[in-house]
Design a protein around this ligand. Structure first.
Ligand code: XUL
Length: 526
């Protein structure tokens, strides 16, 4: 039976999942995580990152990620329950946007790695920049404007690369490095994403960047999946020489290097390009075709879809590792807004669950849930907008907020899908609340499946290793077949819409959309 390894190097931890696949037998046989703060205290991180002079400046050491990779491979090699001789292919994912700057010694150092020694100390002289800026860094506003100005504005850049210039994206970060540390920029011979850096360490040679993660850089021509000469030019000199090539996400580009083979007695497994954690989660939640949006209810809420053509109603468009497009709309007013409302009325979640079941629709009253400035739609002036709510009525207010959130998600999900919505996948912390999922099912008018995958990015990486590894040996599997047996919801995790309420919400959603449009640019009225 073949084994496939997926590794996710996220902001706070590194997780490895090994899956076993043989015909209908599909199971996870290894699933472990290392936490950067707890397991690598020598790097002094909090939440996996270090702060600079201001709180906006956020970075982490690539040596920490390398150490975690080394320790995880050691754990794998010691895992008595799996026979690693059967390991066919490895892929991975990483936090998006972060960048790693290598000097001209790096490639030689990778070739000469001594398997009797730990990885990280052997890499210490290979960086042109010791710390990598990560996605939480927000210090590049000036560079964002400069890049947008050079390329004809935010909308032109969005059409070209899938996103307007964003502080955390790699292009603006590279530009800032070039402007503020020109000597170190001149000493840089290769710039990797976190994902392609980690894949390079496994293969011992430069990994390509995959279009999924390449789309988070403000540098890639989204539709044609190649570096955009105009975007490179607007960002920093000689950038085309510094970036690795973009290659399809499913194309094996190397084998596990002799360092790993000797150090941990591992076979020459195929190495598949790594991608970003979000595109990888798309695979790990089984979203490999149109008509199934995934809604993640977290600090902010996110809805994402997979479509054959880019859906322009998105906040960001990435490429999916299936070769399709991954469209994302992000709502800043997610769990933080739900929690603020809960606290305002001093209710516990059990009370909220039972009141959500009473009088759905609030008799037609509507609330725009913009406690914070909102990103979807763009709302500059924070503040709830209540229409027909008496502030002193906790039940109606809490229900109104959650219904408003679900209507916003459903309306905007419809803008980033090109096929009718068959069902909705719900993930994230608040998805454990069945009453919230019932509102979601009623508002969408579709079944909602809760997925209980703890690390959908690592699972997605293992599934990608399976898909690409099979293709490389001439036994291709479809994406549908690749994810099957791993991404279905558990029995009892399915919520059906209540036909009594579906038509009422369909009408309310239209009113909600009109209100949203009218009030998007206005100051709050109450
Ligand atoms: C997406 C983003 C984050 C990171 C962190 O644009 O910045 O989701 O990928 O994991």
């Amino acid at each position: 039976m073949a084994l496939y390894l997926g590794i996710d190097c996220s902001t706070q931890s590194l997780t490895a999942i090994v899956i076993e696949v043989e015909g209908d037998i599909r199971r996870v046989v290894f699933n472990q995580s290392l936490n950067f703060d707890r397991d690598f205290p020598e790097f002094g991180t909090r939440g996996g990152v270090n702060r600079g002079a201001t709180d906006d400046e956020v970075h982490a050491s690539p040596l920490m990620w390398a150490s975690a990779l080394d320790r995880m491979m050691a754990r794998l090699a010691r895992a008595a329950e799996i026979d690693l001789e059967r390991l066919h292919a490895i892929s991975g994912s990483a936090q998006q946007h972060g960048s790693v700057y290598l000097n001209s010694f790096a490639h030689e150092a990778w070739r000469r790695l001594d398997p009797s020694m730990a990885l990280a100390p052997q890499l210490k002289d290979t960086f042109a920049r010791q710390e990598s800026p990560v996605w939480m860094d927000a210090t590049t506003t000036r560079q964002c404007r400069e890049i947008e100005d050079a390329l004809g504005g935010a909308e032109a850049l969005r059409l070209l690369t899938g996103s307007p210039a964003c502080e955390r994206f790699t292009g603006p970060q590279i530009r800032k490095f070039f402007q503020q540390q020109p000597v170190d920029y001149a000493a840089t011979s290769r710039i990797h994403l976190v994902s392609s850096f980690m894949a390079s360490l496994l293969a011992g040679l430069d990994a390509p960047i995959d279009p999924g993660d390449g789309a988070g850089m403000n540098l890639m021509d989204l539709v044609n999946e190649r570096w955009s000469p105009a975007a490179l030019e607007a960002t920093a000199p000689l950038l085309s020489e510094h970036l690795p090539p973009i290659r399809p996400s499913w194309e094996v580009f190397g084998t596990l290097s002799p360092y790993w083979q000797k150090r941990y007695s591992l076979p020459p497994a195929a190495i598949v390009p790594w991608t970003g954690d979000n595109p990888s989660s798309l695979i790990g939640t089984g979203i490999v075709h149109e008509g199934v949006p995934a809604v993640s209810l977290g600090t902010s809420d996110t809805v994402f879809t997979c479509t054959a053509e880019p859906a322009r109603g998105s906040s960001h468009i990435f490429r999916s590792p299936t070769g399709d497009f991954m469209n994302l709309a992000c709502f800043r007013n997610g769990s933080l807004a739900r929690e603020a409302m809960r606290l305002e009325y001093d209710l516990d979640w059990d009370a909220i669950s039972s009141l959500l079941e009473k009088s759905p629709g609030n008799g037609g009253s509507l609330m725009l849930p913009w406690l914070e400035r909102e990103t979807t739609p763009l709302v500059e002036h924070a503040g709830l907008r209540r229409f027909g709510f008496d502030r002193s009525d906790p039940e109606r207010n809490v229900r109104g907020l959650i219904e408003g959130q679900m209507m916003a998600i459903a309306n905007h999900a419809a803008e980033i899908t090109t096929a009718p919505i068959e069902r909705v996948i719900a993930t994230g912390g608040a998805a454990v609340n069945r009453a919230i999922l019932q509102v979601m099912a009623n508002v969408f008018g579709a079944d909602v499946y809760r997925l209980d995958i703890e690390n959908s990015a690592a699972l997605g990486a293992a599934l990608r290793a399976y898909h690409a590894g099979s293709l490389a040996v001439g036994e291709p599997v479809s994406w549908k077949a690749a994810v099957s047996g791993f991404t279905e919801p558990k029995p009892g995790y399915r919520v059906f819409p209540n036909p009594k309420h579906v038509a009422m919400y369909a009408a309310l959603r239209k009113d909600y959309a009109i209100l949203e449009q009218i009030h998007q640019d206005r100051q709050p009225i109450c």
